[in-house]
Design a binder for this molecule. Structure first.
Ligand code: C2E
Ligand code: MG
Ligand code: MG
Length: 701
């Protein structure tokens, strides 16, 4: 072959070799893989460019084993020597991983693979191999190991569940600890084994949700290996696990949270109950009542039904509260609410609006007669004597009733009308029930206006005291005066007590009014006595309510003291009706007064129902025969007989007698002849203003 051709061939071969080397270099660079060769006979070493790059060495440096060892970190030194020794024996280096320090000080991870090449005589000739820079891979692995460790040791329960079979593919230590199964046991179980209340349809729902969301939350109950249960909150996420569809479930035990939630809910329910119920009787309060009333209106409207609203007021309640104390009053309210409840159906609402006021909503009533029957039953039930802490109490009730839709369609008016009807029941003598009728509204309006005017009258001192002289008909001398209040109204003029006393009594304003009358009358008496006149005894009308006031006696004594008024000048009148309302309590109270040397008279005697037994026990001095018996004397035989009987009774009880409302001479004569010498009435004088009485007293001197 000519040299030229040889040369050309050689050149071609060299070019090919160069190209191979180039692509080899690129390959090494791409894969971070360097190659090397140690000639064991000449002890020379060759490194590829990439091997230089891995160690960070300059290409001009001559490589050898010492250079390799100088790059090894201390810890791997010994292992590397062992690896070399082994390679000579086995002829191989397989995946030897170690750490090196590059020239620039950087630590790197490398993986060495190698092989011994033998010569024809089977002696080791060369050791060739590769060094791969796996720093990046190692760091990824380390990171993922750390993560796995974290997951494994997390206190949360972590499960990986197969999407299809719902079998556990992985569980961490937290899950094993929480449920008491080993990881091995878990791998043969599915989610239904741990979630006893989970149903197939629920799982399907959750799967559907997961299709639309990245993750879902679910509350469940887990069953431990020992059978006990606990609440868990799951955070469920879809993922690929070993290439297949799976779920990862993060669970935490929320038993304590649930318990706290339950307690909170219980507390808030309790608070709501308290906000809507009366603490004493546990009945719905005004707020809840109004709610129920609105509901009753809505449902009655929808179903075209009728309901009744009852307003119930206990008649003698304030008296009980004032005289026996609040603890007894409270017991009366509890007992009353119990009796009311007993007479109602489950669907009726009984509420306490405050004080002694109760309301009832009677739903779906068929006819008015039913409402009457229930009301009558309630009146009757409340009237039964109440035995409370050793006291036998007689309480009655007044009930006002309004009807939906007959009386009104709205709550406000239904309440107002039932209230109005209740006042009507009070006016009718209490202890009864009344249905609302439109003419009651005018009455109620008058009452409200009147009560307001009375308050103004008190503030503006519009009450004046008139005196009506009482005569001894035998001597024709003044023996006393009854103080009678009048209201000097700026527009209406002089208003007689009959027009305002009942409302004053109802509202409690009577207490203040009586105190004013007492002061004014005593002051006037002291002044007459000081002037040397002789008005006799002062008779003061006293509402029994007054005696219930704690400070009444003290106030009475103080007033007498400051006004220089002597106890023997005073006589207190209480009406028969009021005394006999609660005779036991009256006896006690009147005794205190009588012990102070103050005389007591029973007013309007004959109109109430006195029991002789009580009459004997009461510390009385005088009976005032009511005007109703006098008025038709002496013609009316019956009145004449009654009057004579009262006189006989008074004498037998050793009481002084006085007749009121005596207008004629015949009446006076009849009374005197039959033994009642004391006379009060127009025959002698009407009630007069102070100045007129002063004239009268002066004339009598
Ligand atoms: P009362 O205590 O029975 O007083 C007698 C009433 O009969 C007085 O009416 C008097 O004006 C009237 N009267 C007296 N003589 C005659 C007569 O011959 N013929 C007629 N037709 N009437 C006569 P008044 O002043 O209108 O008082 C009515 C009631 O008001 C009193 O009845 C008494 O229960 C009450 N009242 C008057 N002032 C007071 C007071 O300051 N406090 C209290 N709590 N009640 C009072
Ligand atoms: Mg009187
Ligand atoms: Mg009277």
């Amino acid at each position: 072959m000519p040299v030229k051709i040889l040369e050309e061939n050689l050149n071609l071969a060299l070019k090919k070799l160069e190209a191979r080397e180039n692509s080899m270099r690129q390959f090494e660079e791409l894969s971070n893989l360097g190659s090397w060769e140690i000639n064991l006979k000449t002890n020379t070493t060759l490194w590829s460019e990439q091997t230089y790059n891995i160690y960070g060495e300059d290409y001009s440096v001559k490589p050898n084993l010492d250079l390799f060892f100088s790059h090894l970190v201390q810890e791997d030194f010994h292992r590397a020597q062992e690896m070399l020794k082994n390679a000579m024996i086995t002829g191989k280096v397989t995946s030897f991983q170690c750490k090196i320090k590059r020239k620039n000080g950087e630590i790197a991870d490398i993986l060495i693979n190698g092989q011994v090449i033998y010569d024809e005589t089977n002696n080791p000739d060369k050791l060739i191999g590769t060094t791969q820079d796996i720093t990046h891979l190692v760091s990824i692995k380390e990171h993922s190991d750390e993560l796995s460790e974290l997951i494994e040791h997390s206190s949360n329960e972590i499960y990986i569940v197969c999407f299809e079979s719902l079998k556990y593919l992985y569980v961490n230590k937290g899950a094993c600890k929480a449920l008491g199964y080993t990881a091995g046991e878990f791998l043969s179980m599915n989610i239904y084994d741990v979630n006893p209340y989970l149903t197939k349809s629920k799982v399907q729902r959750l799967k559907n949700e997961l299709l639309q969301n990245d993750y879902i939350l679910n509350r469940t109950e887990h069953k431990r290996k020992d059978g006990s249960l606990y609440h868990a909150q799951s955070y469920i996420h879809k993922l690929k696990y070993n290439g297949a569809d799976a779920y990862v479930i993060f669970d935490i035990d929320i038993t304590q949270t649930i318990e706290a939630e339950r307690k909170l809910q219980e507390q808030s329910q309790q608070l709501q109950h308290q906000a809507q119920h009366d603490t004493l009787t546990d009945l719905p309060n005004r707020t809840l009542f109004k709610d129920r009333l609105s509901q009753a209106i809505i449902s009655s409207k929808r179903n075209e039904k009728t309901f009744a609203l009852l307003f119930i007021d206990l008649d003698q309640f304030k008296k009980i509260n004032d005289s026996l104390g609040h603890h007894i009053g409270d017991e009366v309210l509890i007992e009353a609410s119990k009796r009311l409840k007993e007479n109602l159906r489950e669907e009726d609402t009984l509420a306490r609006l405050g004080g002694d006021e109760f309301t009832i909503i009677l739903k779906d009533i068929k006819n008015i007669q039913d409402v009457s029957n229930i009301s009558q039953k309630i009146v009757q039930a409340i009237k039964e004597p109440m035995k409370i802490h050793g006291h036998t109490l007689y309480v009655s009730s007044s009930i006002g009733i309004s009807l939906y839709p007959q009386d009104s369609l709205n709550a406000h008016d239904l309440i107002k009308y039932a209230d109005t009807a209740m006042y009507k029941a009070k006016d009718e003598g209490r202890d009864n029930f009344q249905f609302y009728s439109p003419d009651m509204t005018a009455l109620a309006f008058e009452r409200v206006v009147m009560e307001n005017s009375l308050r103004i009258a008190l503030k503006e001192d519009q009450f004046v005291v008139y005196f009506q002289p009482q005569y001894n008909a035998q001597t024709n001398t003044i023996v006393g005066m009854e103080a009678l209040v009048r209201w000097q109204h700026p527009a209406l003029g002089l208003v007689p007590p009959g027009k305002f006393i009942p409302i004053a009594e109802e509202s409690g304003l009577i207490v203040e009014i009586d105190q004013i009358v007492m002061k004014k009358a005593m002051q006037q008496f002291s002044s007459w006595y000081k002037d040397g006149l002789n008005p006799g005894t002062l008779s003061l009308n006293l509402a029994m309510k007054q005696l219930s006031e704690k400070y009444f006696i003290q106030m009475l004594l103080e007033t007498m003291h400051t006004l220089d008024f002597l106890p023997q000048w005073l006589e207190l009148e209480v009406t028969e009706g009021q005394v006999m309302n609660n005779p036991d309590a009256s006896i006690e109270k009147l005794k205190v007064i009588s012990d102070l040397g103050i005389e007591l008279a029973i007013d309007d005697f004959g109109t109430g129902y006195s029991s002789l037994a009580y009459l004997k026990k009461l510390p009385l001095n005088k009976l005032k025969i009511d005007r109703s018996f006098i008025k038709d004397l002496p013609q009316d035989d019956e009145d004449a007989a009654i009057t004579k009987a009262i006189i006989a009774l008074g004498k037998s009880l050793n009481l002084t007698l006085i007749a009121e409302g005596v207008e004629t001479e015949e009446q006076r004569d009849f009374l005197v002849i039959n033994g009642c010498a004391n006379i009060q009435g127009f025959f002698y004088s009407p009630p007069l203003a102070t100045d007129k009485i002063t004239l009268l007293l002066n004339a009598a001197l």
